[in-house]
Design a protein around this ligand. Sequence first.
Ligand SMILES: [Fe+2]
Ligand SMILES: [Fe+2]
Length: 331
Amino acid sequence: MLLDPGMNLTLRPMKYPDFYEQYRAAIRNTWTVEEVDLASDLADLAKFTPQEQHLIHRLVAFFATGDTIVANNLVLNLYQHVNSPEGRLYLSRQLFEEAVHVQFYLTLLDTYLPDPDERAKAFDAVNNIPSIKRKADFCFKWIDEVFDMQELKTGEDRRKFLLNLICFAACIEGLFFYGAFAYVYWLRSRGLLDGLATGTNWVFRDESCHMNFAFSVVDVVRQEEPELFDDEMRRQVTAMLEEAVDAELQFAEDLIGEGMPGMTVADMRSYLEYAADQRLVRLGMPKRWESANPFPFMALQDVQELTNFFERRPTAYQVAVEGKVDLDEEF
Ligand SMILES: [Fe+2]
Ligand SMILES: [Fe+2]
């Protein structure tokens, strides 16, 4: 079984070919930070109101460390316990993508925050900005839950591991990052920060794939060990998502306070609840909120991403059309 302890090396016969196909699809989505032109954003930033400047500074401070935390959990926990060589191929590729994301946000902060003190403060946000510290602490709590486990021997160990996996996919990549991307697309809907939006398109597509891979691991484990998915698991996953929505709402209050045109804390609440419900449905669990998506710019995301992908990446075109470009259908 997938979560049995060990170091399975057998690629043929291949037990989980879907993992291998996801790895191959990810290779077709290769992009580099050098393809993103952030210089064009500087003119927009110079015109920002103090309120808008506050928002973008907080947002990039979250981006400064988010993907590094995800990469650490991948290496320390996911790679160790997903005992399938084709599954580990996918995770190796994901680790590379997280490195590209870290590099993208490093470049973003270097460009947006020319003052070294301000930049250092942004990279230290997990310690000095309460709304970002709260989200980081949430991640660390779920890393700590499994950090000492060398092997998943018992059902209890496997439940703990599944909660860590689901936390990083549904709450961190699928909620904290999606929430952050919503601010980027809201700015783009007003004609602002096109460079950031371009890089975000590619990060967004990668994150959707990471989430889908984690959920496909959950699907396999559910087939192999259905007894792990009981009422207690449903209760824990729902409570975890509730906590993540709360943490992300505190971040929203910090970023937009009394609100801005087309983006209020109430709108963000609906969006986060909508997204969290999508994660529950994907996990085969009942919805918790039944909220609607109030952000048309997020619903349009799939179409714009595709246009952008083909318009701005002529060199990658031939690689890209070889197979289908994977997009997340549910935002
Ligand atoms: Fe990432
Ligand atoms: Fe990711």
